[in-house]
Design a protein around this ligand. Sequence first.
Ligand code: NAI
Length: 246
Amino acid sequence: MGEIKGQVALVTGGTRGIGLAISERLVERGVKVAAGYSRDAEAAKRLVDAHPEADITLHQGNIGRAEDCERVIGEVIEQHGRLDILVNNAGINIDKTVRKMSPEDWDQVVRVNLSGAFYLSRAVLNHMTERKHGRIINISSVIGLTGNVGQANYAAAKSGLFGLTMSLALETAKKGVTVNSVAPGFIETEMVTAMPEKALEKVIAQIPVGRLGRGDEVARVVEFLADPDSSYITGEVYGINGGLYM
Ligand code: NAI
């Protein structure tokens, strides 16, 4: 079914945390990575410097803005000549109970975590269907399956990604494009280590495997779904959560 080597992947938030692990895993497989980032230009530069042999391009933009998403997709296709794999990884959280959550807190989290995936998928869709090949992988969260106190905006956005994934999977099923979600549990990145220590201890105590997950443990599932041979898997959710939710 063709090789992943030489293909081109856009990984949003691809210079840090889980996104960095995904970028590096794809680079190891010979994929040309276009890494998106919002602000941290230093981290972006570190990714390029760490892989002088690889064909990595950097794309700054706010995925909460449709114009930025369209520009980034255009840039990647122009610079690499193609775009095979879109990993909608970038995300944020603004945690508050619903009573304390402002409409702006809600909108911002939904815009970045959910609308961003829609804007980017929409912008790349014609390119992928014309080439009769594409892989879209949405990084959701176990919180999208369970909900969580203080995370109504985040949980709603991450649940919303499942609906987007299934609908888009149906719309593209006959066109060589697959669309899947992964739902990580608690993974050791800044998003999680920023939690208060006591809250983190409580979380770890609930994880059957007894520890936080690692970015590379998410990245290996993304790599699997991105592979050209994974063409019969679409509309699915892959949990990576150490048994936290089953
Ligand atoms: P992180 O905070 O380390 O990285 C987030 C990335 O998103 C950064 O690279 C940042 O540049 C990018 N980003 C944020 N806002 C953006 C915007 N408006 N436009 C463009 N890029 C933007 O987070 P982490 O932990 O690596 O999370 C990655 C994804 O995995 C997120 O979608 C997160 O919700 C999800 N996730 C994380 C879990 C965890 O335990 N760390 C668990 C489940 C899901």
